[in-house]
Design a protein around this ligand. Structure first.
Ligand code: SIN
Length: 188
């Protein structure tokens, strides 16, 4: 991986810091950006370990959405977006509302396909937040996701959309792949 002076001197909002999405931000960023690039985040793993009582479920029947958990050996593939400096504060304010259920902004470094590292921010719902539910037996997760619906739609669609977008990027993610396969077979 290579870093140039963009990396060392960048500050969020100066037009050089990217926003890394690894879940719904990949297919529905809902903000203006100047550029987008497939990107990797090293040392983090995408997991369906965050309950969604507000987007893909309801408080009585929360869905499951992705967060990132630290894992030194893992690489999470997603999409990075570069907003214009003038839009930064507005976008972060919107995303802070959208990701309000336990997600916090983290400063990270993403790596593009050409090996260039870039400064970025990403939303992580850490193990201390009240909606962090961690792992569950696979069949339980499938059942929970298959039945959950919330204001943003069916939890099942979230998984299938993520799976389709990762396939477009040529990315294989074991958990996303296994869940989407099982959900396609799950009786409607
Ligand atoms: C993300 O997409 O980067 C955050 C998780 C989500 O909103 O699905």
């Amino acid at each position: 991986m290579t870093r140039d002076d963009t990396f060392t001197s960048a500050k969020p909002g100066d037009g050089r810091t990217w926003i890394f999405g690894y879940g719904s931000l990949i297919w529905r960023p809902d903000f203006e950006y100047r550029e987008q690039q497939p990107a990797q985040l090293h040392g983090w793993q995408r997991r369906f370990w965050q309950a969604s009582p507000d987007h893909r479920g309801v408080p009585q029947a929360p869905g499951r959405v992705v967060t990132l958990v630290r894992d030194a050996e893992s690489v999470c593939h997603g999409m990075a977006f570069l907003p214009a400096a003038k839009d930064w504060s507005h976008i972060i304010a919107l995303l802070d509302v959208r990701e309000r259920n336990g997600y916090e902004l983290h400063h990270v470094e993403v790596v593009f396909d050409d090996g260039q590292a870039r400064p970025a921010v990403t939303y992580v719902a850490g193990p201390q937040n009240p909606s962090f539910v961690g792992p569950a037996p696979f069949e339980e997760m499938v059942e929970q996701i298959a039945h959950a619906h919330g204001p943003s739609g069916a939890n099942r669609e979230y998984v299938l959309e993520l799976s389709a977008k990762l396939a477009d990027l040529g990315v294989h993610d074991d958990e996303v792949h296994a869940l989407s396969d099982a959900l396609r077979r799950y009786p409607a």
